[in-house]
Write a protein that binds this ligand. Sequence first.
Ligand code: UDP
Ligand code: GLC
Length: 397
Amino acid sequence: MKILFLDQSGKLGGAELSLADVALPYRDRCLIGLFADGDFRKLLERKKIPVQILTNNSINVKKNSNLLKSLASITTIIPLVIKVARLAKKYDLIYANTQKALVVGALASLISGRPLAYHLRDMLCSEHFSPINRFVAVTLANRFAALVIANSQATRSAFIEAGGKQEITQVVYNGFDATKYCDRSRERDTIRAKLGLQDKYIVGHFSRLAPWKGQHILIEALQYCPENVNAILVGDALFGEEEYVRQLRSQVKELKLEDRVHFLGFCLDVVPYMLASDLITHTSTAPEPFGRVIVEAMLCSRAVIGAKAGGVLELIEPNHTGMLVEPGNPQELADAIATCYHKPDFTKQMVEQARSYARSTFDLSQTNREIDSLLQFIYRGKDSPKIPNLLSQRTEN
Ligand code: UDP
Ligand code: GLC
């Protein structure tokens, strides 16, 4: 089975990091076509996964774009569709990893006759997408995709609620190679010393800097936390959110937290910084589709506090594998941080439970087996039996 993967981004977001893991087993018989150049291409090259930049023109549609703006992008999309359709003839199926990849992949699938799989990694809800963008995504997926792989029950439900066909969707969680997250305790000490934070209680935040990722909530919470609590913000503005970065910096200044908030920028390997943290917070103010950082924190044996919405509800069992707080509530976040700070025994127990849960539930080889078996179904075509419900099989075992 030869696969043409499509992704709109050249940047290293969670969707792209996950795709690199999904595509690896097919690297001798696949191509990842990108709609932009960047560090993602470099990562794929290092992993020896074939990659090609398919266009130099960006598709100028944002998540909240209206109809006119979306239509204006047609001149960029048409030549790209023709190119992808030609390319697709050399492959057995097209696998769209992002929304714009779905648009291009759907039309290319129509022209080339190759089946289409769509990896749905977004919440198709009003907090994230304009009505027209939701309509386009659902209509194209219903009409052209033989399979929609949702990264959580939450994204699957939002898709169905927006009019998506239930029978073509299947939940497969992101998988992780647990050996990458094992305790590298010497690196913890090195990083803490490098940051001059040896004697501090470090709260880590690992995410691109974007308003809905809610770094401002953590900064605000910090003023209600014990003086010893510091925050490290690991990540950068990936999609033009420079104004938000300026706001974060002035918020830090206004609250006189310059000594306690540390902007570390994007790190290719987050593990040493997760290990350097005492606690990891997730603060998205809109429903998080899945939330890789939460599972990674668990695998690093770090306590995690998540914002109670979207896929996060499937990842954290409150007070058992982590803590949950209302999205956008700094006081509640500060209280949860204080609980972890003041109750090390409770926190340690949570961490141990979370680690074993994450290791058994989000195993990369299991995820890749599930995706492969789903793709085999659509590759084999019309006679194949109904797509099996993999997630329920996983929980029954
Ligand atoms: N990440 C990274 N370097 C950074 C910040 C984040 O590699 O400086 C990674 C992080 O470890 C996670 C991914 O980026 O694997 C973000 O995925 P997530 O699902 O948490 O959110 P997304 O940004 O995809 O919405
Ligand atoms: C997207 C989502 C994120 C998810 C990732 C991997 O980037 O925003 O929540 O974890 O895809 O599926």
